[in-house]
Each structure stands twice: as C-alpha cells, then as structure tokens.
Ligand binder design. Structure first.
Ligand code: M6R
Length: 612
C-alpha cells in the first residue's frame, strides 16, 4: 500500500527521508509528505502527486532543518489524493505527526468520539484519527508519549504500521506494527524505521523485523522493543544482503509473484473491515435500501480479467438476488445499444480506474439513465470519480501487467456487494449470510494454504511448459475461472490458449484434442463436478493430457480421471473462485518463467489501457 520511512540521527533528516521514499514509490505515488522536528518546531510538508513534486518543493530536503523525522508516500484508501489527505497527519496541537500504512477499521466510531470531545478534523483519512487520539491521550504532556500511544493502540482496530513523531519528545521516534510490515534499521549513530527494507539499504543492512503487536522506541543509539502489553522484548538483528532491485520486490524475483503471494493480505484488507455481526457493512454506501429493493436488473461491465470477475459475479449474484445479472465486455457494451433504465444498476469493475473502454461504458450507462457503481483499486481514478458510488478493493499498487491481487479483491468485493444487496432485497436470510461471511473471513488463511503448495504447481509447470496450445474447461463459475486461467497463461507465456464451457466440448472443440494436448479441467463447483469428470474422460480417451483442479473433498473422483490433480480447500461454493484462481496464476507464472518470458512486462501489453 503506502510507503513509510523514519530517521533519527545526526544528519539532516529530510534528504534521507526523501531518498528513502524514492525507493518506495512503487508502493504508492499519489502524494507524499514529511514531518521533521527542527528549529524548535514540527515542520510538515506535503504535496499531491509524485514524490518529485515534494522533492522540488524542499530542494531535495535541504530546505528543511532537523535530524529526526518521518516520511510517507501514499496510495490513497480513505479520502482522495490531495495535499490535506497526505501523510503525515498532524494532531490539532501540532505536536503529534503520524505516518500510517494500512486501514483503521473503526475510524468512523473513533472520529465521532473525538468530535464529541471537541476535536475537529481536517482530512478525510483514517490516519488523522490516530494522530488526534494519541494527542487526546497525551493531554499536553501529562502522560508520557509512549503511554499515550499505548492507550491509542488499545482503542484502534485494523491493520497498521505507524511511525510517530512527537514535538515534545524529539529525541525519539515511535514505531508500531500490526498486520502491516514494518522494520527497524540500525546504523552508526542513527536508527531508521521503514515499511520496506528498500528504503534504508543505502544506510544500513542491519535490521530488526517487528512482529505483530509490537511497538518500538527509536533513538539515535538504537531501538527498544515492546510486545502488545508493552513488556520489553529482545529482538534479533538480521543482516540483509539483497540488492535494492530485489528488495523492492520483497526479495521475490518478479512483481507478479510478489503480488500473487500478497493475495491473502489483500483479501484481509478487502474483506475484514466490511464484516460486522454476520452482516456486510459498507461504510458510507450511498445506494438506498429502497433503490436496491427496486432493482430489476444488474449489468457487470469491464475488460479483461476484470470482466472475468464479472463473469463469476453473474453466476453468484444471479443466484443471490434472483434477478437477471449480465456480464458484458465494456468494449462491446458501449456499442450494443443496451436496454437500461433506472431499474438497472451497472457495476463497472476496473483495477486502474482508467481503462478507456470501461470509462466509455460507464458514461453510456449514465446517459441511458442507469446508476453506476464501480469497484476500483486506484482511489480518485477517473472511473471512481465519475461513478455514482464506489467500492474500493484496497489491494494496494499492482505493478505487474498480469493482474492477480486486484482480480482476487475485485471478486471478494463483488461477492460482498451481492450479499449486501441480497439482504436488503430479502432474497438471503440472516443465517445463510452469516455462514457465507464466516467462510469469507477464512479465505485468506485458506489461500495461504494453497500458496504454500506452490512447489507442486512449479513441478507441473516443468512438465508442461513446452506445449504450443493449452485449453481450459469448466462449468459455471469454473468456466469463468477457466477464462481467467487461460488469459493469464497466454498473456505472459505467449502460449496459445482458449477456455471453453466444458459442456461445449462435444459441440466442436473436441476436434482439437489430439494425443498430448493439454487440457486444464476446473471442477470445483460441487453440483457439477461429476459432469466435469465425464468431460475429462472424453479428453483422455482421445489421448489428451488433463491437469485437474478441484476441492479436497473431490480429489478421489478426479484422481481416477485426470493425469494430475491440484486441490484447493473446501469452502462455500460461491467463494471457490477466490481459491481456485491461485493455482492458475502460479501455473501461468512458472510456465512463463520456464519459457524465459518477461513475466512482469509481457510484450505488446500495458498495465493501464487508456486507448480504445
Ligand atoms: O484496470 P482494469 O481492471 O480496467 O484493466 C482491465 C484489463 O485491461 C486487465 O484486467 C487485463 O486484462 C490484465 N492485464 C489481465 O491480467
């Protein structure tokens, strides 16, 4: 998500902070800021846009005196990119400056609480709540700053890495980590904090990895660490020998692989803040219950992988809502003269929020009188701004052209939306909703299990990387997944690939099967696994090779029929695609790697397609 860096030492802090932030810009780049204590005052400088804007303002940091400070490069989650929403966020007394990575889930309640105490807010961010709350407990120095931070931590919920500077205690910095990475760097007469080791590698390679719930007090001599109960803990110092390029990728060889591995964390961010008491809670959602009850039809409109999410959504949401749900390619939708009116909700899905075809479809939908809700990753993007309503995926920046974590979070958010609307329309009872949501909360952990078995998939890739053509087949949501698996493979490995609804095999495609042809058969959707097994047999009896993906409870059925079987944990049927997509991503990744392809930047493609 965002990038954090902090420094305390003997040198001028701002140039070090800016240089560190430049190493983190790949994590977020819609605005940046620094807070430095110097000349007897807290000095805060922030600027919307790329880091270079701030760098220019501060003459590469030379313009800001002081030997202690924190810096931040932002990827907006709460509040559009703007100077005021940039970090550091500063408390009303001007004494507490906070940089934050993550999401404070209960910020709305805390904000109300503080407002009742007379605190006024200047930004739309959840981070400002932390600055104000620490200040509230600090009570103008009546409580030690560490104690004030500890009290704040007992009140906030969510995921966070925090860097805190207090004007009254400028001989130290405070660092806190919970479910969001944060490391400390130990230099000669200086100490650092950073969300990524990349930010500090030029200064030190001796680091402490904070664990969840831990707090650290940094001075120029080193760091003291505390557990979640503020009891002192001894931490091991690790030596980092990565080069900077590897460090930006968190030690992974490619951004795509890093982003595949980040999916459990991204799912946690997308799902958990939206679950409360067995119901979906969409903070600040503007579509009224009466409007949702009046809906006659849903269109899901998007391009590429985002369209494939829409395909899964068609199956899942139609089942939940019992009204027609259509998935349409944005590039077709705008020219197909769609029948829309105020009874139609158009859901557009876009990671970048800038895809031109999707943007044009959105405008066409509005012109025809429909309301538009978008599911977007990039806060403040064009699609987000022009939609009537936005749900963000909170996946964090996605760098690899082949989308992975954005796909997974789009799917989760679309499912949440379906459940939310279904409850308003009365087409889903409270008990079933609770059951699905309980399963949804377990998805990140189950996905971790799938990813931990990546060596098996790497082995399968080594068996199959030289095919010239690969087919994918499945039924229902597995068909939609097949489309995604096939796109992933072809876009990064350049192997010809197509996906079919398995039932269509005998209507033509089967003529392509010859001895050795590889078919990836997806058979996770419980009511139809038997039918997919029959299709596998049809392929095998013509000499085709089959690699099957199914759930653990169906492993037996498939291992008799297919040459190789990959399993994913069982879960509620509507959530299976969130798990099944991972082996498909990994398979495509390893195959492309073995073929020597440029995985992160496949030929002829761009991350954001802003032309028609
Ligand atoms: O940014 P968007 O979600 O609107 O992008 C849509 C497609 O261009 C995108 O999903 C594309 O298909 C991916 N590269 C697939 O991995």
């Amino acid at each position: 998500m965002c990038g954090i860096v902090g420094y305390i030492g003997e040198e001028q802090a701002a140039p070090i902070l800016l240089e560190g932030l430049s190493r983190l810009e790949y994590r977020g780049y819609d605005s940046a800021g620094v807070a430095v204590y110097g000349g007897g005052a807290m000095q805060v400088r922030k600027a919307k846009g790329r880091l270079s804007v701030l760098d220019g303002l501060l003459d590469h940091g030379k313009a800001l005196e002081g030997v202690v400070g924190v810096g931040h490069t932002r990827w907006a989650t709460h509040g559009a990119p703007s100077d005021v929403n940039s970090h550091p966020q500063v408390s009303r007394s001007g004494k507490i400056a906070v940089v934050h990575n993550g999401i404070i889930e209960n910020y709305v309640q805390l904000r109300s609480f503080l407002q009742e105490q007379g605190v006024s807010f200047v930004s739309e961010t959840d981070t400002e709540v932390v600055a104000q709350l620490v200040d509230y407990f600090y009570e103008d120095g009546r409580v030690d700053i560490l104690e004030a931070v500890g009290r704040c931590l007992r009140r906030i919920e969510g995921a966070y890495a925090l860097g805190i500077l207090c004007a009254d205690a400028s001989d130290r910095l405070i660092a806190v980590r919970k479910d969001s990475p944060l490391i400390l760097g130990l230099g000669e007469g200086c100490t650092f904090l950073a969300s990524d080791v990349t930010a500090i590698l030029r200064h030190t390679r001796e680091v402490i990895y904070l664990d969840d719930g831990e707090t650290a007090v940094l001075t120029r001599e080193g760091a003291r660490c505390y557990d979640h109960l503020m009891r002192p803990v001894e931490k091991a110092v690790s030596h980092v020998d990565w080069e900077t390029d590897a460090a930006e990728k968190g030690g992974y060889e490619h951004f795509m692989f890093k982003e595949i591995m980040e999916q459990p964390e991204a799912l946690r961010r997308a799902i958990l803040p939206r679950l409360r008491g067995g119901e979906v809670v969409l903070e600040g959602f503007g579509l009224s219950d009466a409007y949702l009850r009046s809906l006659k039809k849903l269109y899901i409109v998007a391009c590429g992988s985002s369209y494939h999410v829409g395909m899964v959504g068609k199956y899942n949401l139609e089942r939940l809502l019992r009204i027609p749900v259509e998935a349409a390619l944005a590039s077709e939708f705008r020219y197909m003269d769609p029948i829309l009116d105020e009874g139609t909700l158009v859901v557009v899905i876009s990671q970048s929020g800038e895809t031109l075809d999707t943007m044009a479809a959105l405008r066409e939908a509005k012109r025809l009188g429909a309301r538009v809700l978008s599911i977007v990753n990039v806060v403040g993007s064009s699609i987000a701004r022009e939609s009537d309503e936005v749900l963000y995926t909170w996946a964090g920046p996605e760098i690899a052209v082949a989308t992975t974590k954005a796909y997974s979070t789009q799917l989760a958010v679309l499912d949440l939306l379906g459940l939310y609307i279904a409850r308003r329309r009365g087409s889903l009872d409270a008990g079933t909703c609770r059951e699905v949501l309980e399963e949804m909360a377990r998805l990140p952990e189950k996905l971790e299990q799938v990813l931990s078995r990546r060596d098996d998939i790497q082995y399968l890739a080594s068996q199959h990387f030289s095919h010239s053509s690969v087919f994918y087949m499945g039924r229902n949501v597995d068909y939609a997944l097949g489309l995604e698996g096939s796109l992933k493979l072809k876009e990064i490995s350049y192997i010809h690939s197509e996906a079919y609804a398995a039932g269509e095999l005998k209507h033509g495609t089967i003529s392509l099967i010859e001895p050795g042809t590889l078919v990836v058969a997806l058979g996770t959707y419980p009511p139809l696994t038997g039918k997919t097994v029959s299709n596998i047999q049809e392929v095998r009896s013509r000499g085709g090779q089959v690699l099957a993906v199914t759930t653990e409870s169906h492993r037996e059925d498939f291992s008799h029929a297919a040459g190789a079987v990959i399993t994913v944990p069982d879960t509620h049927p509507m959530l299976l695609p969130s798990l099944t997509v991972a082996p498909l991503q990994l398979f495509a990744y390893y195959v492309a790697l073995m073929r020597g392809c440029d995985v992160d930047k496949p030929r002829n493609l761009a991350k954001s397609v802003t032309v028609e």
